[in-house]
Design a protein around this ligand. Structure first.
Ligand code: AMP
Ligand code: ZN
Length: 476
């Protein structure tokens, strides 16, 4: 079967383009992984959820995808302008642990959160500290080719050697970016303001916990080199698509392109997919602000992580998404209703292949329109209302959920096992309202009220239980 044509926005060309791969039927895909000095916040996870949908869409329409992700466990300084402390060292100091202990703990925490959100682990995951010889090799080649220079015993990339360093920006933005680092303390070794560090030795060395021998002295790599090397190590010299959050566009992805294409001598990656930020009333959610929302925090308030996934899918990846508990409460209600609807589907005969194919095509159309996930969810609702038997609807839910990954059939099964399927609608509405009220009480830390609601429900013969998947209830 022919692969459905995917139309996707490419940050590099600022256009929606028809996706064409280097090798027919195959996609090489790279994702910037987490900096493992702290928990991922739900903003970071928005990026990983939308990238997961992209990967699953590519597989759904028939591509053979190889996806690679790095883990940043060295070299990411607190400022993107190569100043400040290494974030990993900051995390280690904060928790009185070694950098490697911090890296292990937060890498595990990242994958545990990702699993709760049904985010598939990429085919290859590689920590930066695994690839020091590859970084050194690339830097040596860049020096040989004249794209890099040594100053103050650090190695820098010379951005003046490129015809167009600011590849992602329009002319006006370029004019602004040239002076972008005017307000930060500048490294005087740099020949040009926009130059960036490939290998640190002396100037930032004092406190560094992890260091390696290199032709330029003992030191450690800059942040950007890891993604160029790790992607090439596993995906070769030509890459189809590279992903990250919009804050990665500059300087991280700009610098990745500069060093990769200078090293290779040809174009490196064709499509750049960027997910816009999750914001809250304080602006962009960020780890460095300290106070941020994690999946565990949502769970402790009684939310199902998959309702958060649905919240992300309800909005387009190229728009900022505002988080609020009210929004999440509304989506949670919609999610619970959807699971209930799916739990009511009966096994009533054979799947109608014509109907199945019609809706599958509509679903692919939605996703292939620049990953329009909210439209894809609308197609799911339409399929549930279609004039066909339950077996066909169930098959469609199962099929769509290989991309949406909302755990719909699993949720429906759990609901059926809880014995609440046939419960009277009024009683159900009452219980759900009480559960919401209890969630709100817990959020306000009014635990006495939360306990009173639990007791009130028990008196009416309803038992509630806080589980990893959210609040469950059943008749006593
Ligand atoms: P980090 O762990 O800081 O290296 O970031 C991991 C990923 O999360 C990167 O792709 C970032 O671009 C992305 N990211 C950071 N903050 C947000 C946010 N508020 N919303 C969405 N994505 C984000
Ligand atoms: Zn990266």
């Amino acid at each position: 079967m022919a692969i459905h044509e995917l139309r996707i926005y490419n940050t590099l060309t600022r256009n929606i383009e028809i996706f064409k791969t280097n090798e027919p039927g195959k996609v090489s895909m790279y994702t910037c992984g987490p900096t493992v000095y702290h928990f991922a916040h739900i903003g970071n996870l928005r990026s990983y959820i939308m990238e997961d949908v992209l990967e699953k869409t590519l597989r759904y329409i028939g591509y053979d995808v190889k996806r690679v992700m790095n883990i940043t466990d060295v070299g990411h300084l607190s400022s993107d302008a190569d100043t400040g402390e290494d974030k990993m060292l900051k995390g280690a100091k904060r928790e009185h642990k070694s950098v490697m202990e911090i890296a292990k703990f937060y890498t595990d925490a990242f994958f545990s959160d990702a699993a709760k959100l049904n985010i598939k682990t990429p085919d290859v995951v590689e920590p930066a500290t695994n690839c020091i010889p590859e970084f050194i090799h690339m830097i040596e080649v860049l020096l040989e080719k004249g794209y890099a220079y040594i100053a103050g015993e650090n190695v820098y990339f010379d951005t003046s050697k490129l015809k167009d360093y600011y590849v992602f920006s329009t002319q006006t933005e370029k004019d602004m970016l040239v002076g972008v680092r005017d307000d930060v303390s500048e490294d005087e070794n740099k020949k040009n303001k926009s130059d960036f560090v490939l290998w640190f030795t002396k100037s930032k060395f004092d406190d560094q916990a992890l260091k390696w021998d290199s032709p330029w002295g003992v030191g450690y790599p800059g942040w950007h080199i890891e993604c160029s090397c790790i992607s090439m190590k596993h995906l070769g010299e030509y890459m189809d698509i590279h992903c990250g959050g919009v804050d990665n566009i500059f300087p991280h992805h700009t610098n990745e392109i500069a060093q990769s294409e200078s090293y290779l001598g040809h174009k490196w990656c064709n499509y750049w997919f960027h997910v816009h930020h999750l914001i809250d009333n304080g602006g962009k959610m960020s780890k460095s602000k300290g106070d941020f929302l994690t999946v565990s925090l949502l769970e402790s308030k009684g939310y199902n992580p998959l309702a958060y996934r649905m919240f992300c899918l309800s909005s387009h990846y190229r728009k900022p998404l505002e988080f609020s508990y009210d929004n999440l409460d509304n989506i949670t209600k919609a999610y619970d209703k959807l699971v209930k609807r799916v739990s009511e589907l009966k096994d009533d005969g054979a799947v109608d292949n014509n109907v199945f194919d019609t809706y599958r095509l509509k679903f692919e159309d939605a996703l292939c329109d620049d990953i329009n996930t909210s439209m894809a969810i609308t197609v799911l609702y339409d399929a549930l209302k279609a004039d066909t038997n339950d077996a066909t609807k169930k098959a469609l839910v199962e099929s769509f959920d290989t991309v949406l990954s909302l755990g719909l059939l699993e949720g429906a099964k759990a609901l059926a096992e809880s014995g609440n399927e046939g419960v009277d609608a009024d009683l159900e509405a009452f219980v759900l309202a009480k559960i919401e009220e209890r969630k709100a009480a817990k959020k306000e830390k009014d635990f006495a009220k939360a306990d009173a609601i639990r007791a009130e429900l028990l008196e009416k013969g309803i038992i509630i239980e806080d589980t990893r998947e959210g609040v469950k209830w059943k008749k006593a």
